[in-house]
Write a protein that binds this ligand. Structure first.
Ligand code: AOF
Ligand code: ZN
Length: 367
């Protein structure tokens, strides 16, 4: 096994923190001696031990010495005092001789300082091993830590003829089981999911995470005029699962029944079209430590979000089916662009198959 193989193992440990560490990064570490992994650790909950310390403690509990060993860690060790003490110093004190790093830490409090501290302590440092994979794992953290507004993913499922429902408005199901499972993994990974009120009225969704030990994201309804039914699944389950209604309505009498049902109602001044002002909403969410929002429908919200410039990434699930129907909806509504040159372009795209479906992922380029 070489450094890349060990980094792959460290990555698999890092992933165990999915849904539990936001807005911190998922980080994994292994300690290697004589080509063998002698200990491993990962960041397991927000505010808890960093991966490096978890790996050191695991070695200690097994009674194995780490002096002179190598640590392979998916992100640059930190050098600041946060909720946890600086890891780089801890690694130097533990007498490691070599540290292999995946991602650089973009946290302004770290940003190269961890590497410097290690090198000044005489530790050999190798950087950028499986960097792309390590960066991709923390696509949320990488942006949130510098921008302080959530990473926004626009996700939708459509047929090969671009429909997100039939002409009768029915959409269960377009994609297959594997694709739907991945969406639940994303609901676990994301701090919040957001839908427009039209989707609540049409589908009455729960928006919970249905995987074992998964975490339910904060459920946000964008509802400018407060049309969410009080007997919707979201409102009825608001006492058990965090639910927010973002609205332009500031009429206490209309807001009260939602609050009584356990929803948080956030009044966000209207944008120029009279809708919830999305950039303001993102700033409020970011200020509360919500590092990520997945937009799960519908077409009107997708259009508003693109126009507001808040969408970072698009995940388009494409099922090998055709619905037809001139009135069957598509993923993005609104007025649409008139000139093809005015489109939003997706860059850094990847395409892969998931079961019978295709998944196109791309970052939105704003020019
Ligand atoms: C983590 N887990 O395994 C590593 C992190 O407030 P603190 O002390 O938890 O510090 C959080 C910062 O530490 C985080 O923003 C990142 O820059 C760095 N590394 N964080 O939560 C870890 N290695
Ligand atoms: Zn640390």
């Amino acid at each position: 096994m070489d450094d890349r193989d060990f980094m792959s193992v460290a990555l698999s440990h890092a992933k165990l923190g999915a849904g539990k560490v936001n807005p911190n990064p998922m980080v994994g570490a292994v300690i290697v001696r004589d080509g063998r992994i002698i200990a491993a650790g990962h960041h397991d909950r927000f505010g808890g031990w960093h991966a490096e310390r978890a790996a050191l403690e695991s070695a200690r509990s097994k009674g194995v010495s780490v002096r002179g060993a190598t640590m392979v860690v998916t992100m640059e060790p930190c050098c600041h005092q946060g909720m946890q003490p600086p890891c780089a110093q801890m690694l130097a004190d533990a007498g490691l001789s070599r540290v292999v790093v995946g991602s650089a830490d973009p946290n302004p409090l770290v940003s190269g300082g961890g590497i410097r501290l290690l090198e000044e302590a005489g530790i050999a440092v190798e950087q950028g091993v499986l960097r792309d994979e390590c960066d991709a794992l923390n696509e949320i953290f990488m942006r949130y830590i510098v921008r302080r507004t959530p990473f926004v993913l626009l996700k939708y499922a459509m047929t090969a003829d671009g429909r997100t429902a039939t002409s009768a408005g029915r959409s269960r199901w377009i994609t297959g089981e594997e694709s739907r499972r991945r969406v639940h993994e994303d609901r676990n990974r994301f701090a919040a999911v957001m839908v427009g009120v039209g989707t609540v009225l049409a589908d009455d969704p729960m928006l919970t995470c249905r995987i074992e030990n998964g975490h339910d994201p904060l459920r946000i309804v964008c509802d400018g005029t407060l049309r969410t039914p009080l007997d919707s699944a979201l409102v009825r389950s608001a006492r058990e699962i965090s639910t927010m209604i973002a609205t332009c309505c500031d009429d206490d009498r209309r807001i009260r029944p939602y609050r009584d049902a356990g929803c948080e109602v956030l009044t966000v001044g209207p944008d120029s079209d009279g809708h919830v002002d999305l950039p303001t909403l993102m700033r409020v969410l970011g200020g509360r430590g919500i590092d990520s929002v997945m937009i799960e429908g519908g077409a009107t919200l997708a259009w508003s979000a693109l126009q507001a410039g808040i969408v970072d990434k698009v995940d388009a699930y494409i099922a090998p089916k055709l619905f037809g129907g001139a009135l069957a909806p598509s993923a993005v509504g609104g007025a649409g662009v008139t000139d093809p040159a005015d489109c939003w372009r997706l860059v850094d795209t990847t395409v892969r198959t998931i079961g019978d479906d295709m998944l196109l992922e791309g970052m939105v380029e704003y020019v």
